[in-house]
Write a protein that binds this ligand. Structure first.
Ligand SMILES: [Zn+2]
Length: 262
């Protein structure tokens, strides 16, 4: 089981968080780069320390893939990542991004899917020449616009775009109103393993998961199924409180023990 935790990409916090990972045997980290300003974030010492981990970047709010201003932004983003952050082992750098909302007078799921495929195809030349795998994350959705859910990303993943991956978030799927027992998340490359808080309703579109331990999650059967299926894919916890993280790791270790000794 490849368990990762989420840490703040800000140099103020990162070194303590990496030390916490070392002490607790965590080998995968997801760095949140939340403010969209890459120049503030690069730091040689961070890069050096990260090389002992498998790392993933999460840039949740940097883009909307449906925006016309997206192409120059994407160019800068790739330049930043390539210059500063490609791992030394030569593996592609995985980056997780939210997709954004599709707003159109005639919006429906089919139009949204084709609009996304068309946006992605405009990045094709720059992405194929980079060593970056961009993983799109399923949305918690909204009441007033369309954005891609698990089934949409699964559909897109079947187009086999070589630089495109898919990140499946358990809580987003539930909040989007998806039927978690029927979901097809088998194509996911990364899993955001988030507990579903009691106040999050199916279809309520609430993106809230930071403080809910897995053992107290709604739909714990579904969470267990995702864990079982994940095998060696990164199972990334997105809690920020170390107590909750340790509680979740204990929960996952128990699952591992049980599956090895049925
Ligand atoms: Zn997530």
């Amino acid at each position: 089981m490849n368990v990762g935790i989420t840490i703040n990409g800000d140099p103020k916090y990162i070194f303590d968080d990496l030390e916490f990972c070392r002490q607790n045997g965590i080998k995968t980290v997801q760095l949140i780069l939340g403010n969209g300003n890459p120049s503030l974030l690069f730091n040689d010492q961070m890069y050096g320390e990260l090389q002992e981990f498998e790392y993933i970047f999460h840039t949740p709010f940097w883009f909307s893939f449906f925006s016309l201003k997206m192409k120059p932004k994407m160019k800068n983003y790739l330049l930043f990542l390539e210059k500063c952050w490609l791992p030394e082992n030569g593996k592609p750098l995985k980056c997780v991004s939210h997709v954004g909302a599709y707003k159109h007078k005639m919006a429906n799921v089919t139009r949204m899917r084709f609009a996304l495929v068309s946006a992605l195809s405009t990045f094709n030349p720059m992405m194929t020449s980079s060593n970056i795998e961009l993983c799109l994350e399923n949305t918690a959705g909204s009441m007033s616009s369309f954005s891609p859910e698990t089934s949409d990303l699964d559909w897109i993943s079947q187009k086999r775009i070589p630089w495109l991956g898919f990140c499946f978030d358990t809580e987003h799927a539930y909040a989007a109103g998806e039927d978690v027992n029927r979901l097809n998340y088998w194509n996911a490359d990364i899993i955001h393993l988030n507990g579903i808080p009691p106040y999050v309703l199916r279809g309520g579109h609430l993106d809230r998961h930071s403080w809910t331990p897995l053992r107290k999650s709604k739909e714990v059967k579904f969470i267990n199924k995702v864990i079982e299926y994940a095998e060696d894919k990164p199972l990334v916890l997105e809690r920020y409180d170390h107590d909750v993280v340790l509680d979740d790791i204990e929960f996952l270790k128990n699952k591992c023990r049980i599956s090895k000794n049925p």
